[in-house]
Design a binder for this molecule. Sequence first.
Ligand code: LCS
Length: 394
Amino acid sequence: MSKKYSKFETSVIHEGYNAKDMLGSLTTPLFQTSTYTFDTAEQGERRFAGDEDGYIYSRLGNPTVKVLEERIAALENGERGLAFGSGMAAVSAVLVALTKANDHIVCSSGLYGCTFGLLTMMQEKYQVTHDFSQMETSEELRSLIKPETACIYVETPINPTMKLIDLEMVSQVAKEFDIPVVVDNTFSSPYLQRPIELGCDVVIHSATKYIGGHGDVVAGLVVGKKEFLDSVQMTTQKDIGGIISPFDAWLLLRGLKTLPIRLDRHCDNAEKVFEKLRVHPKVANVYYPNDTSHPDYPIREKQMKRGGGVISFEIKGTKQDAQKMLNALSFLKIAVSLGDAETLIEHPATMTHAVIPEEFRRDMRITDQLIRLSVGLEAWEDIWHDLEQALDSI
Ligand code: LCS
């Protein structure tokens, strides 16, 4: 799509919406409708035949959802956006669209638990196999690509270990083989990282996280080339049907307006909490993309504006100690999800990544001692005091 505004902070508020088209309404109206009326039977025929523009039925398109799709496309610098009812609806629509039986996917050696579950199901039901790649060198990545490889699927930062993958390197290798790179950009949002600008082809978000930002929506977004997303819309979106509700699209448009402001605060708070965690005697390791001593730091500098709001850390102790620490928190919330105003803390091995068999979890370095912290928007001192007293209780 052609972008109207060059600055991200202006695009998050204005892109894709013209108040003049909507009776001057400042905010995008909520078209809470399932269907649209035709003036005549012939008009209905023309709309279904694609001979006339206009809405038909909300699974096929909705004006509120359309504004969201145009806005996210502009923010990711892609040609077209599509909205879904969850991040997993988006991931599955893209992966099913890109593959056929007996194809192969190369993925990053760490994935959100349900994405791992989807790949396992695709392997069992449709013989779509996959290999995990460390993606640390182009040679290793190249060595895993087969004639039947349909795409490369990458999370960066990886949930929950916060390992980073060099997207420019991955997209260069993919171009040699003419295969698309799909990036799950959930942990960064387009404010911190824009994979399409680095040569990648498709971007996916669990919009449930930073894009919504308020813990009240489950949704997914996809951005990519118009030709590919047109085909997703007409196949895996239309016929599998994981669409977003107009109200949830409206909430995401509201959340997006403050994305840069919220994320800067998430990052400020996370940087402070990271400095405290790294020197706490009960903490063995801390994983945060803005750690200047981490080997991945040059990748952070190259492709992410800042380190983000998620920190993972390993405590010194056992699984029971990790659980004891969570139970000792006073106001920080034990909950999965991330990117909300509230600080959320969880135990990946028994929660978000529990579906991954233990041997794979070990390869992904998801230990029983690992805790994931989504640093919220509260005063960082309050966040730290609660964490500190909980760590001291171990
Ligand atoms: N991709 C990533 C990287 C995710 O973290 C999640 C959800 C999804 C996709 C799926 O999105 P959803 O369908 O939930 O909107 N991650 C979660 C997490 O880490 N805690 O709870 C959900």
